[in-house]
Write a protein that binds this ligand. Structure first.
Ligand SMILES: C[S@@+](CC[C@H](N)C(=O)[O-])C[C@H]1O[C@@H](n2cnc3c(N)ncnc32)[C@H](O)[C@@H]1O
Length: 230
């Protein structure tokens, strides 16, 4: 990168950081779309969890990311910050949220715009269970995924199984709400039956946990009736 490009990149990262700091400090925000006042936490991920997420984006050198459940975009802002820091040629963050315009009055998209990253974000106002198989048929691929959408077993199970095919082999799937039995069980299926690895779990005494999974680095060659109880 030229010195001008490095200065631009640093200024983009600083702008994202300043929006993150404002939102975390204030804890509330007003939706530009309809003037409603929103309490961001605990719906949005905590500062500690989103820092861990940004670090994983950075550590993996990710430039293509996908997130299930945009909400207030606190997690998405951290992913974008990591993508910008990685300074790849065409960073992209695909975010899904069927309720962004209704339940969230488009606050998440508003914050991304305020942070100057709207251009690298691609939002789909759809359920992940509908969008992910389409991305697969379109041949899309990602370096890292963050999952914080439908928290029921069937929803998370589908998310993880499709992400296992959308994220590069040996790539990262960061899962929120790992303390919930449905999430832990769906992750356990991937580890026991699909060859994924549990890379990191937040502190066991934290009532709100997250986990980091790594997809299998090898093609699935198990027989058609392979099954391990999970
Ligand atoms: C806990 S919030 C996400 C908060 C977000 N991570 C943040 O930091 O602000 C859960 C989000 O998942 C979305 N959601 C629920 N079901 C979904 C589905 N099937 N596909 C995609 N998103 C979904 C909700 O609309 C909501 O935005």
């Amino acid at each position: 990168m030229s010195s001008g490009q490095i200065a631009d990149q640093r200024s983009s990262v600083r702008r994202v950081r300043s929006v993150i700091e404002r939102l975390v400090r204030d804890g509330t925000a007003v939706a530009r779309s309809d003037g409603t006042v929103h309490s961001l936490f605990p719906v949005a991920v905590s500062a500690a969890e989103s820092e861990a997420l940004r670090e994983w984006v950075s550590r993996e050198g990710a430039t293509q990311a996908i997130e299930i459940g945009l909400g207030y975009a606190i997690s998405a802002l951290h992913v974008c910050e990591g993508l910008l820091e990685n300074a790849g040629p065409t960073p992209r963050h695909v975010v899904l949220d069927p309720h962004q315009a209704t339940r969230f009055a488009n606050c998440g998209l508003q914050f991304l715009e305020e942070a100057g990253v709207a251009e690298l974000v691609e939002h789909h106002a759809e359920e992940s269970q509908i969008a992910l198989p389409r991305f697969l048929s379109e041949g899309r691929s990602f370096h890292l995924a963050f999952v914080d959408g439908n928290h029921r077993f069937d929803g998370v199970f589908l998310d993880l199984v499709f992400l296992g095919r959308l994220v590069r082999a040996g790539g990262i799937v960061f899962v929120d709400d790992y303390h919930l039995p449905a999430i832990k069980r769906a992750a356990s299926f991937c580890v026991t039956n699909l060859g994924w690895m549990l890379e990191e779990v937040s502190a066991a005494d934290d009532p709100h946990q997250w986990a980091v999974l790594r997809t299998s680095a090898f093609p699935d060659t198990q027989p058609f009736d392979y099954y391990v109880d999970f």
